[in-house]
Design a protein around this ligand. Sequence first.
Ligand code: NAD
Ligand code: DAU
Length: 333
Amino acid sequence: MKLLITGGAGFIGSNFIHHILEKYPTYEIINIDKLTYCGNLENLKKVEDHERYKFIKCDICDKEKIDEIFQEEKPDFVINFAAETHVDRSILDPDAFVKTNFLGTHILLEAVKKHGIERFLHISTDETYGSIDNGKFKEEDALLPNSPYSASKASADLLARSYFKTFSLPVVITRSSNNYGPYQFPEKVIPLFISNILQGKKVPLYGTGKNIRDWIYVQDNCEGLDAVLHDGEDGEIYNIGGGNEKTNLELTQIILNELDKDDSHIEYVDDRLGHDLRYALDIEKVSKIGWEPKHTFEDAIKKTINWYLENEDWWKKLQTKELEEYYEKQYGA
Ligand code: NAD
Ligand code: DAU
């Protein structure tokens, strides 16, 4: 079985590649990634010479190159992780989000149509539903995204589904909640707050700190994606949620506590524009194909903090001029 994975040098994609190579002794992986500021081949150092792994630098918006790769590699499954993923960056500059997340997905869908792929797993997100004050989102609920990021992801999600309805393409879609774990780029809240504390900085908490996210350990998500890839049904959408709702203030205090720091390290800053209050997913459908999260938040957040403590070199190398310039734009410094 040959898997073509897009965006495999990012956070979830690289964890997924490690998971697949370890679990399936015969599966081959082709990882295609543009290597944006978020793509990092260090995440794949352990497998770079693996006989069943190959990396190709490629933008999913490059139609000709995508066509050549599909022609040459003849993958069985395509899994589309490639995306611009940071909500705050989409507020500052949405262009790349529309291009990669929507047009890039379109180019992949066309390639899947042309080359007769067995399964196209499109990685979507819980943010496509928008915010929910009470209850949990089900797969058939309307998509009401609130940021350019989530709107671009919702557009791609709907386009992928339309290729199943119109062209009978074997598309499956997952919408997962907030992931955390090793190799997450340190602009996202958990690695940002851990790395800030380790550098003696404060942590910028948006607005009141009362917004709620549902956290899933990345390994649990990878197992959920694996279950959907193998056992999901064509044309279906699967929520993958961790069942660990925390306000951002609660999350911040857990991190501070683990690092022996108190609330004086919190700096309340202006709220994110259009900030979704709460995400929550109903996971009944995916549980019917035998998946459920295995990690408790309490254990996995400790494991995650330890990983960032033990891998300072990894995240310190990512404190680049690009990141500095982004924060200058973000905070107007
Ligand atoms: P990430 O930003 O860490 O990684 C994205 C990867 O995509 C990077 O390696 C980047 O170089 C690559 N990429 C970007 N533009 C590309 C292009 N045009 N062509 C080829 N490669 C390109 O993201 P992540 O957190 O690992 O998220 C992966 C996927 O999962 C995304 O589709 C995201 O929307 C979705 N998702 C993420 C979360 C989360 O909590 N992180 C939750 C739900 C869904
Ligand atoms: O829900 C899934 C989504 O989770 C994915 O689709 C996105 O790709 C991923 O980036 C993530 O989006 P969020 O916006 O929820 O994640 P982020 O880490 O940016 O923020 C989490 C919460 O923390 C959010 O309510 C905003 C808040 N926050 C974030 C940052 C970066 C802060 O309070 N301060 C910060 O500095």
